[in-house]
Design a protein around this ligand. Structure first.
Ligand code: FMN
Length: 356
């Protein structure tokens, strides 16, 4: 697959129909993963409200984190097939990736793979990671949390596919490398990570009801946006180390070129953005491209490939950090911050230990 730039709109509202996909391509996005589709849209019923925001205490307009309890696309499969074919025909040089999801039956997965790839899309992303609603039907994260099922489903999909297959991982798991390795073993060509993190965005202190509130009730949903970025970076880094050679698409809280570059540095080949585009608009792509170019120029990188995984060798274990610190005779740094020496100016003392 050849991406004109590494910026891909992640599956979700940004790629919710053919019209917005075309608009995004014309604004310069290198790739788009459409909203997840399934063979039978009649099983999908969304609720309103289905989003919740966590905002900065000092500036309520600044969104730190975002919850959704949205399901996959509620639009008919046949309509999607027409629109995917149209989008690809109109933008042949952009990467169009179809996100697909089905129940755990070989014939369902084979059918959705064969019919979707016939539209001419460049790749398929298997949604094995939606954390709410669909796990009740043993779909989404219910599959992604079970490495055996991941391997089996990827085997069905890859066996039927003539185009690359990416498996999208759930972060709601202890060791994200287990399902990633299972996906590759099953035949997937690439890994996308992460989907949203299970959360409760808050409780309304007037009504005492959880949010987003639907008829007085709610359910845990998926957390995304800035707040999840450190968690996503860790998971992408671990998957990159465990799966050398696999194509890796990283996401979770990317809003700026600087955010995106960090995912590339820990091993992602492309980056995806969902919440950032929902909050800042599709036009953010021009700042992303300009910011990436400026970063590359500043460091003398000529291609994006040169910076992929550049920071990976710097990750090690705590024991090794201690050993390196000793070996480098940085005793002052090692001994001047012993717990017993803290005097009570805790903010300054914390600052002195934070990485720059
Ligand atoms: C409102 C909303 C709907 C989403 N729908 C889907 C979906 O249909 N399929 C999917 O694979 N991921 C879906 N996601 C997850 C995103 O693609 C992405 O994995 C996650 O939000 C982390 O990236 P972000 O912080 O850039 O949003 C959705 C996310 C949001 C916020």
């Amino acid at each position: 697959m050849r991406f004109p730039n590494p910026f891909v709109l992640a599956s979700g509202p940004p790629g919710t129909n053919g019209k917005v996909i075309k608009r995004s391509f014309s604004l310069g996005w290198g790739g788009i993963v459409c909203k997840t589709i399934s063979l039978n849209n009649e099983l999908v019923t969304n609720v309103v409200p289905r989003y919740g925001k966590l905002t900065d205490r000092a500036d309520r307009k600044k969104v730190i984190g975002f919850q959704n309890i949205e399901l996959i696309s509620d639009r008919p499969f046949e309509l999607w097939l027409e629109e995917l074919a149209e989008c690809k025909a109109e933008f042949p040089d952009r990467m169009l990736i179809a996100s697909i999801m089905e129940e755990c039956h070989a014939d369902r997965w084979i059918e959705i793979v064969e019919r979707t790839q016939a539209t001419g899309v460049d790749a398929l992303e298997l949604n094995l990671s939606c954390p709410h609603g669909l796990p009740e039907r043993r779909m989404g994260a219910a599959m992604g949390q079970d490495p055996e099922m991941v391997e089996e489903v990827c085997g069905w999909a890859a066996g039927a596919a003539t185009i690359p297959v990416w498996a999208k991982m759930t972060p709601n798991i202890t060791d994200p490398t287990e399902p990633a390795l299972a996906a590759l073993k099953g035949g997937a060509d690439g890994i996308s990570a992460i989907n949203t993190i299970l959360c409760i965005i808050g409780i309304n202190l007037e009504t005492l009801q959880p949010m987003p509130t639907v008829e007085g009730h709610s359910e845990p949903g998926g957390y995304s946006g800035q707040a999840v970025r450190p968690i996503a970076l860790r998971q992408v880094m671990e998957i990159a180390r465990a799966c050398p050679g696999a194509s890796l698409s990283g996401m979770g809280g990317i809003e700026t070129a600087e955010d995106a570059v960090q995912f590339l540095l820990v091993g992602a080949h492309t980056v995806q953005i969902c919440t950032g585009a929902m909050l800042h608009g599709y036009e953010m792509i021009s700042d992303l491209c300009t910011g990436l170019e400026a970063f590359m120029e500043r460091h003398g990188f000529e291609t994006v490939a040169e910076l992929v995984g550049k920071s990976l060798p710097c990750f090690t274990t705590h024991a090794d950090l201690v050993e390196r610190q000793r070996a480098a005779r940085r005793e002052k740094a090692g001994t001047s911050n012993r717990d017993g020496m803290w005097k009570g100016d805790i903010a300054a003392e914390t600052d002195s230990l934070v990485t720059d």
